[in-house]
Design a protein around this ligand. Structure first.
Ligand code: GLP
Length: 240
């Protein structure tokens, strides 16, 4: 595992955006999975700026998203799909036929998971970008989720619901379920980029990277990945 610790939040955003850019420059037709959440907002902003300033051609890449809230439409500004499109995929000029997102509104969610897995079969992921929940989740793979699952629907942990209450306004407004790429599929990506910032992530980062590999801390499985890069700010890395 390669660990990069940046002094400031700003440097964290830049280093993370550069890491993603490096992948696209080396392989313009890369398949990349993007993650939502607050951690990646500044990273997406930097990536959009790099694209503009350096005129990097992102148009050949294919973008997937890692997860979605069940019941939110892609037109809902709170959905992962909407945020990732507007934060990064539109600014870098990626066309819709290069963008794949799980459908949290599908009446048949099992079918939606199946469809998404077939797309992921067709386009093996070169770079999987991940954040980490304060309970160790990656995507919406909450503590206790078996490591062998592909895309699936999951009940959000109460810790996740609490963490997301600020964003949704109240705990009651947070959707109860998510649709997420599973851990088996995450582990199949050629490279993984785990991003964490802020003191609030320091304890779970310590457990994920230095503790036992256990489904209680889903991100701990990443210790087994042969090509894992972790970029953090100093605050997130302070317990390592
Ligand atoms: C979210 C998403 C994850 C994200 C994580 C961390 O709910 N399911 O993909 O990485 O939780 O979120 P944040 O960056 O807001 O702390």
């Amino acid at each position: 595992m390669r660990i990069i610790v940046e002094d400031t939040e700003e440097q964290f955003h830049i280093a993370s955006a550069l890491e993603i850019t490096k992948q696209v420059v080396a392989k313009p037709e890369s398949v990349i999975t993007f993650a939502g959440g607050e951690t990646t907002v500044g990273v997406h902003r930097e990536l959009s700026q790099l694209c503009r300033q350096w005129r990097i051609d992102f148009s050949k890449m294919k973008a997937f998203t890692l997860d979605e809230y069940v019941g939110l439409s892609p037109d809902d500004p709170r959905s992962v799909s909407y945020r990732i499109r507007h934060q990064v995929l539109n600014p870098i000029g990626l066309q819709s036929d290069h963008i794949y997102m799980p459908d949290g509104m599908d009446e048949d969610l099992q079918q939606a998971c199946y469809t998404y897995d077939r797309l992921l079969d067709a386009y093996p992921v070169d770079l999987e970008i991940l954040g980490i929940g304060s309970n160790g989740h990656i995507g919406f793979n909450e503590p206790g989720t078996p490591f062998h699952l592909d895309t699936h629907v999951i009940n959000l942990a109460s810790r996740t619901t609490q963490d997301k209450a600020g964003f949704f306004g109240t705990v009651g407004s947070v959707p109860e379920q998510g649709i997420t790429v599973g851990i088996r599929r995450i582990m199949r990506s050629k490279q993984i980029l785990l991003l964490a910032k802020g003191k609030g992530k320091s304890e779970i980062i310590r457990q994920a990277l230095m503790g036992p590999i256990t489904t209680d801390v889903p991100a701990s499985v990443l210790q087994l990945h042969p090509s894992l890069t972790i970029i953090m700010d100093k605050a997130a890395a302070e317990l390592l």
